[in-house]
Design a protein around this ligand. Structure first.
Ligand code: UT7
Length: 335
């Protein structure tokens, strides 16, 4: 095919989120493991997490977020052309969660797939979807970040069980109408040497499920928290700085920073290094914990409620996660 397509820019045109109603508080966790509400609050900034009901899986939350997003834009699901579901907790290995969501919302003309990049999943998903729009092949791409972390957390391990919550969020990508809106630039990296510090050992082809893997609690998140912490602070600062510099921007130009919510101390350390005032950094980890692929849309929802996301505002999105995966992107808010 020797056809040149026009170069386009993608914009975010709608946002929707869902968290399950059930709450798990620090006080609840005090009764489950040897911890204190004060330790959790001081070391992580978390107080409450939302936990999926026994009958809810990742696709159920993803469907709610997708419907909220389409309703906001006033679109019928049949107008969506691609669905990317970013998750490390799919309902099952296959079919993909994207297929389950496509069927449930009635997106009859869409294709799609799951994207596995852990806590950086949504940032990667936005960039991947934006390239489909920029290439001129699609006009409406739905990116969903959804994780039911409570299903892969060991609630006897105090070092991990206090950190995570469940939730979902979605954004719709469409072609920008001018250069003054949409994706400005992005940086993504992986550093696979960090894989050993945050992973789920069993359930894949290396170590399939067996009585032993269950007995040894290998179907849960295993983490070396300090290693991940140090890498996250360094990388969040590094990629944001590079992204701004190469676009001739300074941190003063950023109207709002939407960081992945893994630990309040990671966010404050990275934003202090960047020199961005705290009133322009969204922190909602106190209410949601780390919802993995859902943290960025949940942060965007809060930013919008605070009036920080308006047409022309510059948003800096950044995440670091298992892999290691790293992602940052700059967006001119479009609506
Ligand atoms: O999205 C990416 C995913 N993950 C992350 O980004 C997580 C990054 N890491 C972190 O957020 C932090 O490292 C943690 C919150 C996980 C841990 O905080 P820390 O300040 O790094 O604590 P630590 O691992 O150095 O442990 C200090 C002490 C230890 O006790 P000893 O050995 O000093 O006696 C832990 O056993 O705190 C203990 N500890 C706890 N104590 C009470 C660990 N978890 C708990 C707990 N309650 N829940």
């Amino acid at each position: 095919m020797n056809q040149t397509r026009p170069v386009r820019r993608a914009k975010i045109s709608a946002l929707g989120c869902y968290v399950p109603p059930r709450l798990l508080t620090n006080e609840d966790l005090e009764k489950m493991v040897d911890t204190s509400s004060q330790w959790i609050l001081e070391r992580t900034g978390i107080h409450t997490r939302h936990i999926a009901g026994a009958d809810q899986a990742t696709s159920d939350m993803a469907v709610e977020a997708a419907r909220a997003t389409l309703a906001e834009r006033g679109l019928d699901a049949a107008q969506v052309q691609a669905i990317l579901v970013c998750t490390v907790t799919p309902d099952m290995f296959f079919p993909s969660t994207a297929c389950l969501v496509q069927d449930r919302i009635g997106a009859k003309k869409a294709w799609g797939f799951d994207l596995v990049a852990a806590c950086s999943g949504f940032v990667y998903g936005l960039t991947a979807g934006a390239q489909m729009v920029a290439a001129g092949v699609h006009d409406r791409v739905l990116v969903i970040g959804a994780d039911t972390m409570s299903r892969i957390i060991d609630y006897t391990d105090r070092a991990t069980c206090v950190l995570f919550g469940d939730g979902a969020g979605a954004m719709l990508l469409e072609p920008a109408e001018s250069d003054g809106e949409g994706l400005v630039d992005f940086i993504h990296e992986v550093d696979g040497s960090g894989g050993q510090y945050l992973y789920m050992p069993a359930g894949g082809s290396r170590c399939p499920a067996s009585h032993e893997t269950v007995d040894q609690r290998q179907h849960f998140v295993h983490q070396d928290g300090q290693q991940v912490f140090k890498f996250a602070v360094r990388k969040m600062h590094e990629v944001c700085k590079e992204l701004l510099e190469r676009n001739g921007l300074s941190i003063r130009d950023v109207d709002v920073m939407l960081p992945h919510q893994a630990n309040r101390r990671i966010i404050t350390a990275a934003s202090e290094r960047l020199g961005i005032p705290c009133d322009r950094v969204i922190i909602n980890i106190d209410r949601f914990g780390n919802t993995t692929a859902a943290t960025i849309p949940l942060a965007a929802q809060d930013a919008r409620e605070k009036g920080l996301l308006k047409p022309g505002k510059l948003a800096l999105i950044v995440a670091v996660g298992a892999g290691y995966t790293v992602g940052a992107s700059l967006w001119r808010w479009a609506y």
